[in-house]
Design a binder for this molecule. Structure first.
Ligand SMILES: [Zn+2]
Ligand SMILES: [Zn+2]
Length: 134
């Protein structure tokens, strides 16, 4: 019997649906300025998967990719604008999924804060997680 578990997720309007197979690789809050702008939030919580564990179920024609910096791209729904995915040459072979998008729990809690050097001062962070700059 396999211990892998599939969790489905998608965008706000439902046009883009995907599944990810647990376990994930990591989960972290990202405070970089690009995540802030793209998601309209103080920081974005991402969960990382092997790209082979990510599967697009529907909305292939709705999922758009935007190159946010050289070698990095962000996937969003063309209809509702939900920002869902991130892939980068820096983390080749991984697909990062915005934790707000899976329908159910991913069996992992956020482990760290990344790019904390660009954090905003209007969203307090009062946990004891490890902090990384960059
Ligand atoms: Zn949508
Ligand atoms: Zn970021």
């Amino acid at each position: 019997m396999s211990e892998s578990k599939m969790v489905e997720g998608g965008c706000l309007c439902g046009a883009v649906r995907f599944s990810v197979t647990l376990p994930s690789k990591w989960c972290a809050h990202c405070h970089c300025s690009m995540c802030q702008r793209e998601h309209g939030a103080g920081y974005v919580t991402w969960v990382g998967f092997e790209t082979e564990h990510f599967r697009l179920l529907s909305g292939d024609d709705q999922l758009s990719w935007y190159e946010s910096s050289p070698g990095a791209r962000r996937g969003f729904c063309s209809t509702c604008g939900s920002s869902m995915l991130f892939e980068s040459d820096r983390w080749a072979g991984e697909t990062h999924v915005a934790l707000a998008c899976p329908d159910g729990p991913i069996a992992r809690k956020p482990q760290a804060h990344a790019f904390y050097d660009s954090h905003v001062n209007w969203t307090p962070v009062d946990d004891a997680l490890e902090i990384f700059n960059g």
